[in-house]
Design a protein around this ligand. Structure first.
Ligand SMILES: NC(=O)C1=CN([C@@H]2O[C@H](COP(=O)(O)OP(=O)(O)OC[C@H]3O[C@@H](n4cnc5c(N)ncnc54)[C@H](OP(=O)(O)O)[C@@H]3O)[C@@H](O)[C@H]2O)C=CC1
Ligand SMILES: N[C@@H](CC=O)C(=O)O
Ligand code: NA
Length: 436
């Protein structure tokens, strides 16, 4: 006989994502029937006095988060607090108490994934994280399951909604960076400390998680190269546009040969207008995955926001609930390897100097004959071949020269720039960006 179980959830956090999650779990009509067997038992928050946009059963709220993770009635802990502590300790405590965990917290997973998954594997519980990357876009489960038969070659993504929203509005409306950031905060897209978005750290957390799943090894976060969007100016956006590009904050994990070290990086990048990632605008995210034998597949959707992220959180809750239900009916006794994390070793990460990529660079120089020739000589000394070189205008009495290179070893390109900086005719190099 199949018994009907009620699976109890302890929800840690009732902010943007927590509220969206509770709304889905309280309103199950027309969704998967299994959701009707899932109940929110307790919700942990910082303040009981805060006005909430959601009707809650009496006494469900508490500020005692520890009491939730140790409650014997609770099967699944959903951590949507954000930040490193107390999130990390509460996740570990929940695992220690034999509870499954669903989290949207990429900051904790990318830094403490090793400790958390080792503990979860030892305790025989799942730690699920679909909401941690790409918000509502299903990308974690596809990487663990449907795509895992492929040899992955590259994961290239726009994985931060806030910065894509900012860059899109700077590009299409010429808006001011700080004004648009304030809007992204109001819309609930940004992290509590938005420098995590703007400086690329959130995207670095996410690409570390994606790379780990795609390439089958853990990633040491400090080895992920990370550059944010503060240096992207209206001048670069305008030049990129003239040259047929848009500027996107890309997160890339790439392995050129199966045995080579991985390149894992986040930086603003010129993307050709014809490339599929160039048309991903606003808070939308997209992740392009290339693998053998599949070829390319692109996941696209809302990368942040209450409803979108709740969709991912609740799908994880439902996956675990399905396992618990099967277990209670004695159908399944072992961990499902396509839900659990199975890596123990670390990936070897290649130094940035070894990266081969194209570059865009903008120079301010004295406006006199022969300067372009001198730049060309310095580039030639280091094997840097130019795809285009343009001098469009003057800034004051200085000439503005923009170059786009062919593929070049990053170390060689920087050596050529070091030599160019010594030229008497060169005033400054205001920007250097990579080109996809
Ligand atoms: N916002 C988004 O679009 C997305 C967010 N995420 C991730 O989801 C997580 C949550 O984000 P979000 O919902 O935006 O965050 P919010 O800041 O909106 O909400 C955080 C919630 O956690 C509670 N909280 C935080 N710290 C504590 C603490 N020390 N003790 C008790 N309660 C605490 C807050 O309580 P109180 O309400 O009382 O202040 C609040 O309810 C983060 O890890 C974020 O990176 C992932 C994908 C998208
Ligand atoms: N701050 C993040 C929220 C989702 O992960 C973003 O802007 O993408
Ligand atoms: Na996701």
């Amino acid at each position: 006989m199949v018994r009907k179980t009620v699976i109890k959830v302890g929800l840690l956090g009732l902010g943007t994502v927590g509220t969206g999650t509770a709304e889905v779990l309280f309103d199950t009509a027309g969704r998967h029937p299994l959701l009707q067997e899932i109940e929110i038992y307790r919700i942990g928050v910082r303040s009981l006095d805060k006005v909430r946009d959601i009707n809650l059963p009496q006494d469900v709220l508490t500020t005692d988060l520890e009491s939730i993770v140790v409650a014997p009635e609770i099967d699944i802990i959903v951590e949507v607090l954000g930040g490193l502590e107390p999130a990390r300790s509460l996740i570990l405590k929940a695992i220690d108490c034999g509870k499954h965990v669903v989290t949207a917290n990429k900051a904790v997973i990318s830094r403490y994934g090793d400790e958390i998954f080792t503990a979860a594997n030892a305790a025989g519980v799942y730690v699920m994280l679909e909401a941690a990357v790409g918000g509502g876009i299903p990308v974690i489960q596809p990487l663990k399951q449907a795509l895992s038969v492929n040899r992955i070659q590259a994961v290239t993504g726009i994985v931060n909604g806030t910065t894509n929203y900012i860059l899109t509005r700077m590009q299409t409306e010429g808006s001011d960076f700080n004004e648009v950031l304030a809007d992204a905060q109001k819309l609930g897209y940004a992290e509590a400390d938005p420098s995590a978005d703007v400086d690329g750290l959130d995207a670095a957390d996410k690409i570390a998680i994606l790379a780990s799943l795609a390439f089958g090894g853990r990633i040491k976060l400090p080895e992920v190269y990370c550059e944010g969007i503060r240096s992207v100016s209206q001048a670069d956006i305008a030049y990129a546009d003239k040259l047929g590009f848009v500027i996107k904050l890309l997160a890339i994990a790439q392995r050129r040969q199966p045995t080579a070290a991985l390149s894992v990086r986040v930086h603003p990048t010129l993307v050709a207008r014809s490339h599929p990632l160039a048309s991903i605008n606003g808070v939308y995210n997209a992740i392009l995955i290339a693998g053998e034998p599949l070829g390319q597949v692109m996941f696209y959707g809302p990368g942040a926001g209450a409803g979108a992220t709740a969709s991912a959180v609740v799908s994880d809750v439902m996956n675990v609930a399905a396992v618990l239900k099967a277990k209670s009916n004695q159908v399944q006794t072992q961990s499902n390897p396509l839900l659990a994390c199975s890596h123990q070793d670390y990936c070897a990460i290649a130094p940035m100097a070894e990266l081969t990529t194209r570059f865009y660079a903008r120079f301010l120089t004295k406006d006199r004959p022969g300067v372009i020739g001198k730049l060309g000589t310095c580039f030639g000394n280091y094997g840097v071949s130019l795809e285009s070189i343009v001098q469009i205008g003057l800034q004051g009495n200085l000439a503005e020269i923009v170059v786009v290179t062919h593929d070049v070893r990053e170390g060689n390109f920087h050596s050529s720039l070091a030599e160019i900086r010594t030229l008497e005719a060169v005033d400054s190099i205001p920007s250097v960006l990579r080109v996809l």
